[in-house]
Write a protein that binds this ligand. Structure first.
Ligand SMILES: NC(=O)N[C@@H](CC(=O)O)C(=O)O
Length: 437
């Protein structure tokens, strides 16, 4: 196993450590050993990666993926999800608990972790459920979930409609200092809706989900957060109103963090025209004005992470009338290039874009990695910022194909992914080289 790697002359962007410039990065025994402006001597037996013209980045961290195992292995497994992750430059993912055996107890958490160890590709951090069976009725064993390895507690896919239960969960979570991650949707407001409520839903004749379905719940949970002093993480924020409330809560010092998905930053509700179920997800694609507000919020630091909400589904789940289509799209293998669309169009400077995929999410959940200082894990993603390619869903490593971005031209591509100093992805191929297995 080549335990020494030298990344030569790449543009290293490491927002946490204020680095943005041409550097050599030396990796030894799974950790970053040195980052140098000057050329480093090549240690004997080192693997040398010529990174000139490339960006050398901390491995990306995705706070929000659905790996579907246990229970829906036809859509994704921990292994195929990890393959998709490293192909997308992600070296760590947080796995949502809405599997078909819900991750609401330590046994399921351990199963996911053992599958991740067997996959041996990237870090998988399970998130455990807030309530048993995601039913919103009775709290799950939070202590057991955290000691089994859950890094966040969430009913993602479902809101906790009962405010008293939510308040208790927030209160209880302070004992473990674990973030409570919320899918904000007032079911009485979203009921029957298939897309964002606005002129487009009226034109298409589809029942709408008003922005208030999200914003009202964000408001409720920020009030509960203030009373409990917990940590709240808002999943897949989609509207202007939510952003305004988060900004104000942060100003007052509340411990709130949040994430936005690439699709909510790139597409608006007009993507639903044509009734393509690949544009159907929860929360729905919102108005252009919401998209603008989200873009502002990721640029100014109101939102700390871009997370994919990678939600694999089968062909038949999507090949139905719009109203019957299942919610969700996959995102691991397009997240970086879609983020680069925001860089190329001037919405985000490169350093901020990288921060949203690395240090931002690491800090929000207190995860290792997300930067490249000496001593940090050698989780490294090498990208070509200008390579042009066209998204081809058939070539994804994910087991599913449900993306609205098939056929979209992209500029910026992941070239290599390294986890703990081992190369796990290179030029379209996933897997460890023989020496590092
Ligand atoms: N985001 C989605 O559209 N789908 C998610 C669950 C959810 O958050 O609704 C899924 O698990 O498929």
């Amino acid at each position: 196993m080549s335990s020494t790697v030298l990344f030569r002359r790449g543009r290293v962007i490491d927002p946490r450590n204020g680095v943005d410039g041409i550097r050599d990065v030396l990796v030894r025994d799974g950790k970053v050993a040195e980052v140098s402006e000057a050329l480093l001597p090549v240690p004997s037996s080192a693997e040398v990666v010529d990174a000139s013209g490339k960006w050398v980045l901390p491995g990306f961290i995705d706070l929000h993926v659905h790996l579907r195992e246990p229970g829906e292995e036809g859509k994704e497994t921990v292994l195929t999800g990890c393959r998709a992750a490293v192909a997308g430059g992600f070296t760590a993912v947080v796995a949502m608990p809405n599997t078909k055996v819900v991750n609401d107890n330590g046994i399921v958490t351990e199963l996911i972790l053992s599958r991740a160890r067997a996959a041996n590709l990237c870090h998988v951090y399970p998130a455990g459920a807030i309530t048993k069976g995601l039913k919103g009725e009775e709290m799950a064993e939070m202590g057991e979930l955290v000691s089994a390895g859950c890094v966040a507690i969430t009913d993602d896919g479902r809101p906790v409609m009962n405010a008293a239960l939510m308040r208790r969960a927030l209160q209880y979570s302070t004992q473990f200092d674990v973030p409570i991650m919320v899918h904000e949707e007032d079911l009485t407001l979203s009921a029957g809706g298939a897309m964002h409520e606005g002129p487009t839903s009226t034109r298409l004749g589809l029942r709408g989900i008003p922005a208030s379905a999200e914003v009202a719940m964000v408001a409720r949970d920020l009030v509960l957060l203030e009373e409990t002093g917990a940590r709240l993480h808002l999943a897949h924020v989609s509207c202007e109103g939510s952003v305004r409330l988060i900004r104000e809560a942060k100003r007052r010092g509340l411990r709130v963090t949040s994430e936005v998905t690439p699709h909510h930053l790139i597409l608006d509700d007009r993507a639903v025209e044509g009734y393509d179920t690949h544009a159907k997800m929860a929360p729905p694609l919102r108005s252009n004005r919401d998209v603008e507000a989200l873009r502002e919020a990721i640029a100014d630091g109101t939102v700390e992470a871009i997370a994919t909400d990678h939600a694999p589904h089968g062909v038949l789940d999507k090949l139905v009338e719009f109203e019957k289509g299942i919610n969700g799209i996959i995102g691991l293998e397009t997240a970086f290039s879609l983020t680069m669309e925001l860089v190329h169009s001037g919405v985000l400077p490169p350093k901020r874009a990288v921060e949203l995929l690395t240090h931002g999410p690491a800090k929000a959940f207190g995860l290792p990695g997300g930067h490249l200082a000496p001593g940090a894990p050698a989780d490294v993603t090498v990208v070509d910022p200008s390579e042009e390619w066209t998204v081809d869903a058939h070539r994804f490593h994910s087991r599913s194909r449900n993306t609205p971005f098939h056929g979209r031209k992209q500029q910026g591509r992941v070239v290599q992914t390294w986890v703990g100093g081992r190369k796990v992805f290179e030029n379209g191929q996933v897997g460890l080289s023989k020496e590092s297995r």
